[in-house]
Design a protein around this ligand. Structure first.
Ligand SMILES: Cc1cc2nc3c(=O)[nH]c(=O)nc-3n(C[C@H](O)[C@H](O)[C@H](O)COP(=O)(O)OP(=O)(O)OC[C@H]3O[C@@H](n4cnc5c(N)ncnc54)[C@H](O)[C@@H]3O)c2cc1C
Length: 463
């Protein structure tokens, strides 16, 4: 008999007033009993609509049935057939707008907690099983991957499974992309990301760290001089946007990217760490996405007394995951919605001392389908602050497009690539993830890496 509870089995979490002072994981994961109880909520329906909601085609009802039957190892294996980073996806995927949004249990209650169950199976396997070291026969062909984010790692893993000699070229000193430099430890422990990367190394994938493609060497050099027959570009969208309002160059104004990189990648919050980070007293984060929530929650954790989210639309339009908004509120982040900064104010030493804001109203929908915010006349006011963190979006860094002739890009600076294969305008060069779509999600970046790996295999075999 299925468990007909309309609600998901709750997942234990750290207390908000404790966790907003530490970087340990917020959500603690299901126990075996909780996972079995939740798995029993799946009706294993014939239509299986949840699978269509997953960009990497995880066979969701199958792995959930295995958990319900207490075959946790089998469940992890089932997920890994199509998803190479299940412990990551179980934690950060926007399941509410993907697989879980299609679950029939969601019609009369909460959907099955697919993400929590994926996380459970992946964590169980990590804690109880040794990574399988399958001997893969090499096929003698070399492929380069630019960028060690989820897109590049997925492409590298799939190509390695097919026998390719794969080298990943990464600009930073650590592999993982946004998974290590952007998403904080309290949402995604870095040991999990490292374990996934170690699995790739075991499969023979090589990592060239501190290698900036376009500076250390170009794509043409990799192909013409170093013998790589194809290149996958998964270089992400790491260039932050600013608002172009007065005062943005004052001391105490940072991009969310810089703030998060200092904290997450460089571990600036640890005592005696050589990379410092400003500890604000009162900080405002401008934006309403996952990045803004992460920056706000990090600011609180490093010691800021008051942290504001300034967002020009209402909560309904916020792009951040519901869970992140909920957690941020629980941790004491102050939401100033329908609010836009117009000027950052500085003191006589060039440091931020406040921000001038206006209140907004929602008008007619714009091109994105969301209601356009319009300024409410006479609503100006000031908030006293010492730090402003801009989190209003990112775009791809221009380095690769400016050093790769024949690589077509669009007016937003994204690489133009075929959606199904990742093929770009340049022969042998494929691309995917945020470098193509602009800032999106981990699972979409992984889906693109997977599709490109299959296309690269076809391309090389047909040469
Ligand atoms: C703070 C933050 C929180 C987020 N939260 C979520 C979330 O909860 N859920 C979700 O699904 N998505 C989230 N996202 C979005 C998600 O992380 C990205 O969509 C995803 O990481 C894109 O993967 P990618 O591999 O295309 O690029 P990235 O992860 O950006 O990786 C690109 C890699 O390429 C490297 N690189 C760039 N240029 C070069 C070069 N010239 N040479 C060599 N290497 C280069 C970079 O250093 C980087 O390591 C978040 C993003 C941020 C910034």
């Amino acid at each position: 008999m299925p468990n007909m509870s309309p609600n998901k089995c709750p997942m234990p979490e750290q207390d908000p007033n404790v966790r907003n002072k530490n970087f340990k994981e917020v959500a603690l994961g299901y126990t075996e009993e909780q996972a079995v109880e939740e798995a029993q909520r799946c009706l294993n329906c014939k239509a299986r609509p949840c699978i269509a909601g997953c960009p990497v085609n995880v066979q969701i009802p199958d792995f959930i049935q295995l958990i319900a039957n207490r075959d946790f190892s089998g469940a992890a294996k089932k997920i890994k057939q199509t998803n190479s980073l299940p412990a990551v996806c179980g934690r950060v995927c926007p399941q509410e707008s993907q697989c879980e949004s299609k679950c029939v249990r969601g019609r009369k209650g909460e959907p099955v907690a697919i993400g929590r169950l994926e996380r459970f199976a992946a964590d169980w396997s990590m804690a109880n099983e040794k990574p399988e070291s399958a001997k893969i026969e090499k096929n003698g062909h070399k492929v380069a991957v630019v960028g060690a984010g989820p897109s590049g790692l997925t492409c590298a893993g799939d190509l390695a499974n097919l026998g390719y000699d794969v080298t990943v070229f990464e600009a930073f000193h650590k592999a993982g992309g946004v998974l290590v430099y952007g998403i904080p430890e309290f949402r995604l422990p870095k040991a999990i990301v490292q374990r996934e990367i170690d699995t790739l190394s075991d499969k023979g994938v090589k990592f060239e760290l501190n290698y900036i493609v376009g500076k250390t060497g170009s794509i043409d050099e990799l192909m013409n001089d170093d013998g790589f027959e194809a290149v996958y570009v998964g270089s992400g969208a790491g260039l932050p946007s600013f608002m172009n309002i007065p005062g943005e160059n004052l001391n105490g104004v940072l991009s969310a990217n810089e703030f998060l990189t200092r904290i997450n990648l460089m571990k600036a919050y640890l005592p005696n760490n050589p990379t410092p980070v400003m500890v604000p007293k009162r900080a405002a984060i401008v934006g309403g996405g996952n990045v803004a929530m992460d920056a706000a929650r990090c600011a609180k954790r490093i010691g800021a007394e008051e942290v504001y989210i300034l967002y020009r639309r209402s909560e309904e339009e916020m792009p951040a995951r519901n869970e992140e908004i909920h957690h941020a509120k629980e941790e004491g982040i102050i939401f100033r919605l329908l609010t836009a900064p117009t000027k950052i104010l500085g003191d006589e030493n060039g440091w931020v001392k406040g921000v001038e804001c206006v209140e907004m109203e929602l008008g007619e929908p714009d091109a994105s389908g969301r209601r356009r915010p319009v300024v409410k006349q006479g609503s100006e006011y000031t908030i006293d602050l010492d730090c402003v963190i801009m989190s209003i979006g990112t775009s791809p860094n221009p380095l690769i497009r400016s050093t790769t002739p024949d690589l077509e890009t669009n007016r937003k600076g994204c690489i133009v690539a075929d959606e199904a294969t990742g093929q770009t305008s340049k022969a042998g060069v494929f691309a995917g993830g945020d470098a193509v779509t602009g800032a999106a999600t981990v699972i979409l970046a992984m889906g693109a890496g997977k599709a490109a790996a299959a296309a690269i295999d076809k391309y090389i075999k047909s040469k």
